[in-house]
Design a protein around this ligand. Structure first.
Ligand SMILES: [Ca+2]
Length: 113
């Protein structure tokens, strides 16, 4: 389990997904997740699109302040929305185990060079 802010708790199911899908498959899943949550016209995740589409990802109990908190945590350039890169970085940060796994990938990749 990973916590975001004080109240928002996400089930840390990423490591098992990575095991099942492999690194590339998992990144594709993240990208699909982004597309499910984004505003189709602006191609970024906004408060409205996250609120509307989070139901699709089984996050239907998210309150307004939790949605705001998630946007604030992930928004690096301060435009109030999440682009695909910001979304992926946020997902990685929410999953401490995933950080470990990505470090292992990196080490394996470097070892092959
Ligand atoms: Ca942003």
């Amino acid at each position: 389990m990973a916590t975001l802010g004080r109240d928002v708790v996400f089930e840390d199911f990423f490591p098992s997904m990575v095991e099942k899908l492999g690194a590339e498959g998992f990144l594709k899943e993240l990208s699909n997740g982004f597309r499910m949550l984004m505003d189709e016209e602006r191609e970024v995740i906004t408060f409205e699109s996250l609120k509307k589409n989070s139901v699709l990802l089984g996050l239907k109990d998210m309150r307004d302040d939790e949605v705001m908190c998630m946007l604030r945590e992930g928004d690096f350039d301060g435009d109030g929305c999440l682009n695909e890169m910001e979304f992926c970085v946020l997902m990685f940060r929410l999953s401490p185990d995933l950080m470990d796994i990505s470090r292992i990938w990196l080490e394996e990749t470097l070892a092959k060079l």
